[in-house]
Write a protein that binds this ligand. Sequence first.
Ligand SMILES: N[C@@H](CCC(=O)N[C@@H](CS)C(=O)NCC(=O)O)C(=O)O
Length: 242
Amino acid sequence: MVLVAQMLELHQFRHSAFCEKVRLILAAKKLAYSVVEVTPGLGQLQLLRLSGQRQVPVLVDGAEVIADSSAIALYLEAQVAEPALLPAEPAQRARVLLLEDWADTALAAGVRLALLQAAMEDADLRAALLPVATPAPLRTLVGAVPGSLLAGLGQAVDQGGLEQLRHNLNQLTALVAAGPYLVGARLSLADLAVAGQLSLLKFPEAAGAPLAGWGVPGLADDPQLEPLFQWRDRIGAELGRP
Ligand SMILES: N[C@@H](CCC(=O)N[C@@H](CS)C(=O)NCC(=O)O)C(=O)O
């Protein structure tokens, strides 16, 4: 174990799939960390000074500042070997890295679309999804915007993208029916990247009230996809993050 600091620091938005991915990695490696909840706007300027960019997650390990969930995963893998989240065998490793990249890009884009559509129809959800550190007046304002005003945005919701998401979720369901992990016989970064994204389609208990247990209508309550969300819950429970 060659971490620099006694205690790692995770700069995050609570309801971010990329931050959930990093929290799952930290849990898998059994690493203690403290959380800095970033305030949208001002907090992101501080993040820019700290890390040279404005997005979360950012991990701080003493003088080491690492932005981007994939870079954080590689950093932690290099510093804390066990349990390995990247297989040593080259083809297995390649499968894991390809799936991670797919989860972070195509799956993430589909999940964002589905959540956007659900949020357009639900003012409470819009307010609940805001980063925890969002100032109360802004939270009220966002919650109060009538859904009808967002209808224009609705035009922008790409139905093809939603169809592709459903198709891909069906493929994932087939994969998790075939074995406990997406690649090989052990937990890997692929599982954690996918589980992180799924946590925005059906929020785990760890999301806290009011989002815990809430899911995107039409997906989270689809019986065909139930084994996939059960798989996500099992991965979370295995890491002590129900
Ligand atoms: N590729 C990045 C994506 C991170 C990302 O998209 N972060 C979002 C939150 S989920 C963010 O910070 N958005 C605020 C912004 O872009 O200003 C990763 O893997 O960490």
